[in-house]
Design a binder for this molecule. Structure first.
Ligand SMILES: [Zn+2]
Length: 347
């Protein structure tokens, strides 16, 4: 969603980012050439998580509709990035995860941000392989410009894992951590969704639910009043409704963030500054909420048929609110759902 509009040329970092080849010849993170000595595979969904939640033999659906085993979702990585930088992040997340929700909410938000960007970017990286293979000049297929721009911005943010980047005057993401009910069945203990329209992702892992918009400059979180839902243990379907609300809200943001990135002569890292989002316009930075459009998002995240979601002109079906807009609580044993969202492409 964002765009880097100014940068100085002191550093080779930008060159690496702009000339990035999305293939297996170089490290997805630092871009170094890979050979027999330094080549490793980075699991997009970390091994420890796949073991904890029995994901190895489960599938994830990519944007082009193909399904792939979680265990096969790997990207090329050099041994230094893998063993030195990424494993530090993983150890932090794993420790927090093992402590359950109460420990997880204490996690350094920046570490969580980098972990989420790595997963999201990793999936897009894999998608990029497919798109690149398809994008042959003679058949007119092209990779959308937005996709390339987003990859560059996310790649820049990711460099913080290696200590090569800092966001100076802004938080890049909106991140929500919610407490969930769960049990040992596949559907109740794990779910993942992503949406490239706003670089959105959501993860349900046991009692921890994470919803993130990775480059909205914290704006969605500023306007989403969901405080009531931090107080209850959400049913997974309620979490999915909140995903729909937050995703739709992020779609309404009508500004493009612009950044300036600089590296000073005595610094090892690049600093990025955000230009004021509001700019000179007095217009709200979000477009108006429209129930009719929102219900598409709700249907995609809950799997509920579109034509049954609109109760009347002003009311969409809800699992989180009753008719008087009080917060609902739904015990997990009382409401089961079957597979949702798999067949529906939400973008
Ligand atoms: Zn590397």
């Amino acid at each position: 969603m964002g765009e880097i509009i100014e940068e100085n040329k002191l550093t080779g970092l930008f060159e690496k980012i702009h000339n990035k080849k999305y293939d297996s010849t170089n490290c997805f993170l630092c871009g170094t050439d890979l050979n027999d000595k330094n080549r490793t595979d980075e699991h997009v969904f970390p091994r420890w998580l796949q073991t904890e939640l029995d994901l190895w033999n489960q599938h994830i659906t990519l944007l082009n509709g193909t399904t792939i085993f979680y265990r096969s979702l790997k990207i090329p990585c050099c041994s230094e990035c893998n063993n030195k930088y990424l494993s530090t992040i993983e150890n932090n997340i794993k420790k927090a995860f093992n402590g359950g929700y109460e420990e997880f909410i204490k996690i350094d938000e920046n570490i969580l941000f980098l972990w989420l960007v790595k997963i999201y970017y990793g999936i897009l990286y894999k998608e990029m392989f497919v798109l690149m293979n398809r994008a042959k000049p003679d058949d007119g297929t092209i990779i959308p410009e937005k996709f390339i721009k987003d990859m560059k911005v996310l790649n820049l943010f990711l460099q913080e894992i290696r200590g090569k980047h800092r966001c100076v005057n802004f938080k890049p993401a909106s991140i929500f951590i919610l407490k969930l009910q769960h049990d040992d069945t596949d559907l109740m203990k794990w779910d993942f969704a992503d949406r490239i329209a706003t670089n959105f992702l959501s993860i349900r892992m046991r009692d921890i639910g994470i919803i993130a918009v990775l480059d909205d400059m914290h704006t969605t979180k500023d306007v989403c009043a969901i405080d009531d839902f931090y107080k209850i243990n959400l049913h997974p379907i309620q979490f999915n409704e909140l995903c729909a609300i937050i995703f739709y809200r992020s779609l309404l943001l009508n500004r493009t963030p612009f950044f300036a990135s600089v590296q000073k002569e005595d610094q090892e890292y690049v600093e990025t500054y955000l230009h004021p989002l509001q700019g000179f316009s007095a217009k709200s930075i979000f477009d108006d909420w429209d129930h009719n459009n929102f219900k598409e998002s709700l249907s995609a995240f809950t799997g509920y048929p579109l034509d049954e979601l609109l109760k009347n002109e002003n009311m969409v079906m809800s699992w989180i609110h009753d008719e008087k807009m009080n917060v609902k609580e739904i015990p997990i044993r009382e409401y089961r759902f079957t597979r949702f969202d798999q067949e529906i492409k939400g973008d």
